[in-house]
Design a protein around this ligand. Structure first.
Ligand SMILES: *Cc1c(COP(=O)(O)O)cnc(C)c1O
Length: 463
């Protein structure tokens, strides 16, 4: 076990959570058709479904909520947000939007269309969806080591730059409408991306005349890893690292529900608005149609204000040390117990290798979902499957696809849970591991919607 990094804050307001019995939880999960998304939040003890929008805001952010200026156009809170974001990222044009996928919806159709391809180290699911909705193809190009959970190496979220060059040559540079760097790489387990890798990708993008976009949901956690693990950046501040990385790209989309520590919000940025004047005009037009007037972008003035404060708090080095420290503490408890997860642990949660805990349960019976359900029954913990259940069916054949991994993701909300909660999570995993061989079968789907089925599907345990 490693030492827990103590919280650089104290608690001013608390929220009661209900304690339940195993019998109650078994009834709840059956009534939810064995889908954790169908559970009522009140029936969950420790909610690790996602780190998105589940953050605890600070006293300063709540004070900002009161200060929020609700003017339709040109609100004070808008200027505060834009000034703060410009200073952090060094970008000319900053557009608030209501969440990350809204930025994608506004930006991607302007750069992508039928016959085009977008290449990423790894697309987040809504990001992939918006590439496809724009008519283009989304291609993942992560380094091969990302696919081996037990292999510990740094910057497992990187782009495979050799393959990127091959892909561009194959498709032809004019067909590649966009390169997207997801930092940290969410789908690979919150794995960081190095400055060197972004620099290399940036050179390739510039050489080929392809715009480079950062998917910036977890940019602050990524900057912490860069400072810690990349010798050339060790002496730099988090702020300097962020400035340097964003200078390598042309634009960014951001879900502010992650590292910016708010419950709702997003941003879209364009670095050089003079060089991209036409794009900025079209971003503004799309934003007015989909999100609202450009100075509020689908958010209330109070949200803009909380976002401006959250941008600064999310980059605080003491906070980031504690935040990544939580992941490492929990990971070290799993190391002691011999439980395998995507390692080294990433920035926003633990991706437990459920296939190793339930080796007798095949992918078609969803081991990641089995572990998520057992953790709920055992301790009221809600995680989710990141495996074949989430992946779904082949759109052409309708057959179940087999995922690269069968993970159960335990995402850790920011500033919400304590060391004792993390101990409960680790103990629950150990308990489930110890009785895993008695869980003989997995689940079958008895009803599913055609797309993004994992959010709503009904399952039944196999006898
Ligand atoms: C969450 C997330 C998104 C989408 O953001 P929303 O705010 O959920 O719409 C996009 N990319 C990444 C990497 C994310 O983690």
């Amino acid at each position: 076990m490693i030492k827990y990094v103590p919280e650089p804050f104290r608690i001013k307001s608390v929220e009661r959570i209900k304690m339940t019995t195993r019998e109650e939880r078994e009834r709840n999960i059956a009534a939810a058709h064995y889908n954790l998304f169908n559970l009522a939040g009140r029936d969950v003890y420790i909610d690790l479904l996602t780190d998105s929008g589940t953050n605890a805001m600070s006293t300063e952010q709540w004070a900002g909520v009161m200060r929020g200026d609700e003017a339709y156009a040109g609100a004070e809170s808008y200027y505060r947000l834009v000034d703060t974001a410009r200073e952090i990222f060094g970008y000319d044009y900053i557009q608030p939007v209501h969440q990350g996928r809204a930025a994608e919806k506004v930006l991607f159709p302007l750069l992508l269309g039928k016959g085009k391809v977008a290449i990423s180290n790894m697309f987040f699911d809504t990001t992939r969806a918006h590439v496809e909705l724009a008519g283009a193809r989304a291609v993942d190009c992560v380094v091969p080591e990302a696919k081996d959970p037990a292999r510990r190496c740094k910057f497992k979220g990187n782009m495979d730059t050799e393959r990127l060059e091959r892909l561009i040559a194959e498709y032809g540079a004019e067909k590649v409408g966009l390169i997207v760097m997801t930092v940290t790489n969410n789908s690979a387990g919150g794995q960081p991306v190095s400055m060197e890798n972004v620099r290399k990708v940036s050179e390739i993008a510039r050489k080929n005349g392809i715009p480079l976009c950062i998917d910036a949901a977890r940019y602050a956690e990524n900057a912490f890893f860069v400072k810690r693990d990349e010798p050339s950046c060790a002496g730099k501040s988090i702020r300097e690292i962020v400035r340097e990385m964003f200078a390598l790209a042309d634009m960014f989309t951001m879900s502010a529900k992650k590292d910016t520590i708010v419950n709702m919000g997003g941003l879209l940025g364009v670095r050089d608005s003079a060089a991209m004047a036409d794009l900025v005009l079209r971003v503004k037009a799309a934003c007015v149609s989909y999100e609202g007037f450009i100075t509020y972008g689908g958010l209330a003035g109070r949200d803009l204000e909380a976002l401006a404060v959250g941008l600064i708090e999310g980059l605080d080095e003491d906070y980031l040390r504690y935040r990544i420290g939580q992941m490492e503490y929990l990971a070290s408890l799993l190391d002691d117990a011999g439980i395998v997860y995507q390692s080294p642990v990433g920035g926003h949660g633990i991706f437990v290798d459920a296939a190793r805990l339930f080796p007798h349960i095949p992918a078609e019976e969803f081991p990641g979902q089995v572990l998520a359900i057992e953790l709920y029954k055992e301790a009221g913990i809600r995680g989710c499957d990141i495996g074949s259940f989430m992946l779904g069916n082949d759109p052409d054949t309708g057959k179940q696809l087999k995922a690269e991994f069968e993970f159960t993701r335990l995402a850790i909300p920011r500033r919400v849970y304590t060391q004792a909660h993390l101990d409960v999570i680790a103990q629950a995993l150990v308990n489930v591991r110890d009785y895993a061989h008695t869980v003989k079968r997995g689940y079958k789907i008895v009803w599913e919607p055609p797309i993004l089925r994992h959010f709503q599907a009904h399952l039944e345990p196999l006898a």
